[in-house]
Design a protein around this ligand. Structure first.
Ligand code: ADP
Ligand code: MG
Length: 671
């Protein structure tokens, strides 16, 4: 069933279609319109508006062909009349069209009325003697050598053939979800009978796409693997009882979800999402304690040396009193320290090892690794995570992230993981006062920074670039740093950016951490979970250049202590979107809400940034719009797999083929 069987498709057109990935009639049938034009209504000529495309129906009253004149275009002019009025229709250099128009016949024209010498006219409209121009018309993606009209003609021909195409979706799924039949959907996606029919058709195909996605993801879950069933020991309850603060409801719920997972003999693979400051660490600590109480070791991986030390200090403080031994491994240890740590780890003397990616090196051997936790996982590559996982025998896995991703999107991006959300902040948290200002207020802003520093506080100043750029009019971190050094000679000011060596960065962060530096000028490198409670001011220069989710992360660096904290967004743009974005930041401190707004304003690409998620943009866009059905699809997919784990059987064959297609794509996912 190749396309060259269609009328008007010769070798040239075949080649052009091939360029669009269309070889068979089925390919063509699945080449959907990129848009539609609503031409359902016929506009009386008297109601035509300049510049607004419209469909008219009228009788051809006159056909006038200009003779050839030097330097002038030859024109073909028609007078078309309906019951309301008449209009001139003009074609340039198109005398050959004249034979299409017979005086007295009724015709349809579609075009944009324009004013010429004070008269309203239609120039080069589409025309037809039949009703072909009326309705909701498809607009197809095209390629050189193929016109919109040709494409429509072929599509029309194919639709009328009513070729039998096997449905990918099982009948049961179609019925249960009130989807329209495939044949109906195909006809109406190309030539909608009406708006409602088009909606149904589209829904059906989006459903199909997302269903394949959900099914593929569900199949990736390796449920047949046997994992560790940790003892039902009441260890988490004991841990919670011993805390000197009470957990939030969300923390309790997530710990409970983790406990249940740990006690089952299926390997846990859980993503814990929680806004900055929501208290993820204590949740991780409870899980580690349970693992140790069951006779296993735990590993905790953090992306930077400083964060690793922070976690080490925390874990040590809360777990050592309970008899758990905590150690760390870092690249900056001496060989001797390292060797003795490794030995203690291999013999099982160390219960919990905290480390940077230093802990995935082959020389690091655990005695009995049962639980692996990675913090701020987007900083780690997939392979790094797998390396750590393989140091145990199907250990349980928890991945913690502060990047707020709307839940259903996370379902897809982290496909094979269960998701827990800590959607509540510990009580008594102060709201960070946020202000959005223009560049004119800059002096005032820095006077405020000085006041806070005089009170003994510390401040961050974040800029989008490290150095001045020739092409962008943007203040760089280096520039700001030099300015501030001149301005505030009495303060210690430091510069931190991503091109520095890790050791240098750690050293500078360490000085800020200890209060030896009052103002830290930085690029987004400080985004990750640094906790300096004495820092109360976050100034973000060129806030218009950051994503909202990113601004939220940055803001989360302050407001971690007792004092009132502030965030000032300095924007160099007065645009409407910039204003809206700033307003969202001023009004909300809810990371998930902000992420969703970011999604609306800038699309999914921004949230994921450079993350190599591998999901096609188109799919992501559909997901964002139809996020509500993704959860449902997931359940549906799991239901089908329960009956046919490998999609066996003749009825599921088309589905299996499509999922296999998709697995080709899925292989590239970073899951
Ligand atoms: P994040 O989720 O950003 O990693 P942390 O785990 O670092 O947050 O917690 C932030 C701070 O809040 C820590 O100082 C922690 O001890 C404290 N904290 C966590 N949970 C609670 C709670 N339920 N009540 C009071 N303070 C808490
Ligand atoms: Mg944290």
């Amino acid at each position: 069933m190749t396309v060259n069987e269609l009328k008007g498709v010769g070798p040239k057109k075949t080649l052009a279609l091939e360029k669009m990935g269309v070889r068979t009639k089925k390919d063509l049938m699945y080449l959907f319109p990129r848009d539609y034009q609503d031409r359902r209504y016929i506009t009386p000529i008297v109601q035509l508006e300049i510049g607004k495309a419209a469909l008219i129906r009228g009788t051809v009253r006159r056909v006038m062909k200009d003779g050839y004149r030097r330097g002038r275009k030859r024109t073909l002019r028609l007078i078309i009349e309906d019951t309301s009025s008449a209009i001139e229709v003009v074609f340039f250099n198109a005398g050959f069209l004249a034979s299409n128009f017979k005086v007295g016949s009724e015709m349809y024209f579609y075009g944009k009325p324009a004013l010429y010498q004070n008269k309203i006219q239609l120039t080069h409209p589409e025309f037809s003697s039949s009703e072909g121009l009326q309705g909701i018309l498809p607009i197809y993606p095209l390629t050189k050598g193929i016109s919109q009209n040709e494409m429509r003609k072929w599509q029309k021909e194919i639709v009328s053939l009513r070729t039998e195409i096997q449905d990918v979706l099982p009948q049961k799924v179609v019925e249960e979800n009130n989807l329209c039949p495939l044949e109906f959907a195909l006809r109406n996606i190309h030539f909608p009978a009406g708006v409602e029919e088009l909606r149904q058709a589209r829904y059906r195909f989006i459903f199909e796409e997302l269903f394949i996605l959900a099914l593929g993801l569900a199949m990736m879950r390796k449920t047949e693997e046997k994992g560790i069933a940790f003892a039902t020991s009441g260890a988490t309850e004991e841990f919670i009882r011993r805390l000197d603060f009470s957990l939030t409801g969300a923390q309790r719920r997530v710990i409970e979800e983790i406990r249940r997972d740990m006690e089952r003999d299926i390997p846990m693979n859980r993503l814990v999402q929680g806004d900055v400051g929501s208290g993820k660490t204590v949740v991780a600590t409870a899980a580690l304690y349970k693992a140790v109480k069951s006779g296993f070791q735990g590993a905790f991986m953090a992306p930077t040396d400083l964060l690793m030390r922070q976690h080490y200090d925390n874990l040590k403080a809360s777990l050592e009193p309970l008899g758990v031994s905590v150690a760390f491994l870092s690249g900056s240890m001496t060989q001797e320290e390292r060797n003795s740590t490794l030995k203690a780890l291999a013999s099982g003397k160390i219960d919990i090892l905290v480390g940077t990616h230093a802990i995935i090196q082959p020389s690091v051997e655990f005695h009995r690794l049962g639980l692996v936790i990675t913090d701020e996982q987007h900083r780690f590559g997939v392979n790094q995570r797998i390396s750590l996982y393989e140091k145990g025998s199907h250990p349980d896995v928890i991945v913690m992230t502060a990047t707020p991703i709307p839940r259903t999107l996370a379902v897809v991006v982290y496909g094979d993981m269960d998701i827990s959300v800590i959607d509540e902040l510990p009580p008594g948290r102060q709201k960070i006062l946020t202000k959005a200002v223009g560049t004119g207020a800059r002096d005032k802003v820095y006077r405020f920074v000085a006041e806070e520093v005089e009170k003994g506080r510390q401040a961050y100043v974040v800029a989008p670039l490290i150095e001045e750029s020739e092409t962008l009019d943007v203040r760089s971190a280096t520039e700001i740093f030099e300015e501030l050094e001149k301005k505030f000679r009495d303060y210690n000011i430091a510069l931190l950016h991503g091109e520095m060596k890790q050791q240098e960065k750690d050293e500078i962060m360490g000085r800020f951490y200890r209060g030896e530096v009052q103002i830290l000028v930085a690029t987004v490198v400080i985004e990750v979970g640094i906790d300096v409670p004495n820092a109360t001011v976050m100034i973000i220069e060129h806030a218009e250049r950051f994503g909202l989710a990113q601004l939220h992360q940055l803001r989360g660096r302050v407001g971690r202590g007792e004092e009132q904290s502030y965030c000032v967004l300095i924007s160099a743009s007065a645009g409407e979107i910039a204003k809206q974005r700033a307003q969202i930041m001023v009004e909300s401190s809810d990371g998930f809400y902000i992420a969703e707004k970011d999604l609306e304003l800038r699309g999914p690409g921004e949230i994921f940034g450079s993350r190599q998620h591998g999901i096609p943009d188109m799919c992501l866009a559909a997901l964002v719009k139809h996020i509500d059905i993704m959860e449902k699809l997931r359940g549906e997919a799991i239901g089908i797999l329960a009956e046919a784990p490998n999609l066996e059987g003749e009825e599921l064959r088309p589905l299996r083929d499509k999922v296999e297609d998709f697995f080709g794509r899925i292989d590239r996912f970073s899951l």
